[in-house]
Design a protein around this ligand. Structure first.
Ligand SMILES: [Zn+2]
Length: 315
């Protein structure tokens, strides 16, 4: 039974994703690399604070990860926490009046990142969905992943399995870049994580999913800019991410960690917190709830629980 389920899931995946993959290849040949989806204007401009270019929220989803970024013109959800996190993510989308996402990114196929997406895909419009191109040996064959594939199919969003860097414009002076996520023959799903960078004016954010040392090494050696103001710590603050050399290269002015209070994994790891200590404040969802960064391109305001900070962008 398990074998049959596995084969069926694989077949379904190929059928579902082959066409978009070919579209992507065709797009690469014709050379488009900027926003090319049908969406846009899904968010009323008035919803953004005066002068703000972009808001990046690290949503409190307990143990897991979900980031919502939006501009006056676009809204993007990066991961959606566990299945139980759907409500918390939906509450943020509703608070901003978002009924349709321009883009959903599922950094890698672990349930603490895609679980909530199963429900959300049935309730919100999604124009495009980015996922890493995961090898057959690592692809999950569990029931919840099958449910995700069903939800994607029912939603009808355009799926893209990313195999090379690309940059989208999210408005004037605002870009979302896929830097990496292409570790050859990764040992585990964490190292298939898509890594993203957001630039808004002089402010910048770096997001590495659950990427561990091999991912961080590639980013460091890859030649793409990884110096950033705000780092969303990889793998919920695990000791196998946020390694010293990587932190030196990113040199963040502040870090956000998404993890659940009293989680079973000991996230964030004490060693990670020690390494992060010289790099400015560390904001944690387990201590402060949802963390909201808002920037006008020069300064970044941070609100989380009782916290109200302002950070100057490095430029
Ligand atoms: Zn995770």
């Amino acid at each position: 039974m398990a074998r049959r389920t596995h084969r069926a899931a694989r077949k379904r995946l190929l059928k579902k994703f082959l066409a978009p993959l070919l579209t992507l290849l065709a797009a690469a040949l014709t050379g488009y690399s900027v926003w090319d989806y049908t969406g846009g204007a899904s968010l009323p401009a008035a919803a953004m604070p005066e002068g703000a270019l972009v808001s990046v929220q690290v949503i409190d989803v307990g143990q897991g990860s979900s980031l919502l970024l939006h501009t006056a013109e676009h809204s993007v959800l990066i991961d959606a926490g566990e299945r139980e996190a759907r409500e918390a993510v939906a509450a943020q989308l509703d608070a901003w009046g978002i009924t349709s996402l321009d883009l959903m990114v599922l950094t890698h196929p672990h349930t603490d990142h895609y679980g909530g997406a199963v429900g959300l895909l049935g309730e919100y419009g999604v124009d495009a969905l980015w996922m890493p191109a995961v090898s057959e040996v690592l692809l999950p064959t569990n029931r919840s992943y099958g449910q995700l594939l069903d939800a994607i199919e029912q939603n009808g969003c355009a799926v893209e399995l990313l195999t090379e860097p690309r940059t989208l414009s999210l408005g004037e002076g605002i870009t979302l870049s896929l830097l990496d996520g292409f570790v050859p023959e990764p040992d585990n799903l964490n190292d298939t994580s898509l890594c993203l960078r957001i630039d808004a004016g002089e402010a910048s954010f770096l997001i590495t999913g659950d990427g561990e040392t091999p991912v961080e090494d590639r980013l460091r050696e890859g030649g793409e800019p990884i110096d950033a103001d705000i780092l969303v710590a990889g793998h919920h603050g695990s000791s196998t991410s946020s390694r010293q050399k990587f932190l030196n290269a990113v040199s963040p002015k502040a870090t956000a960690i998404s993890c659940g209070a009293g989680n079973d994994y000991g996230h964030p790891h004490e060693k990670t917190l020690e390494r992060l200590a010289p790099f400015g404040p560390v904001y944690r969802t387990d201590l402060s709830g949802t963390i909201t960064f808002t920037t006008d391109g020069k300064t970044i305001s941070v609100t989380a629980g009782q916290i109200n900070d302002t950070i100057d962008a490095k430029g």
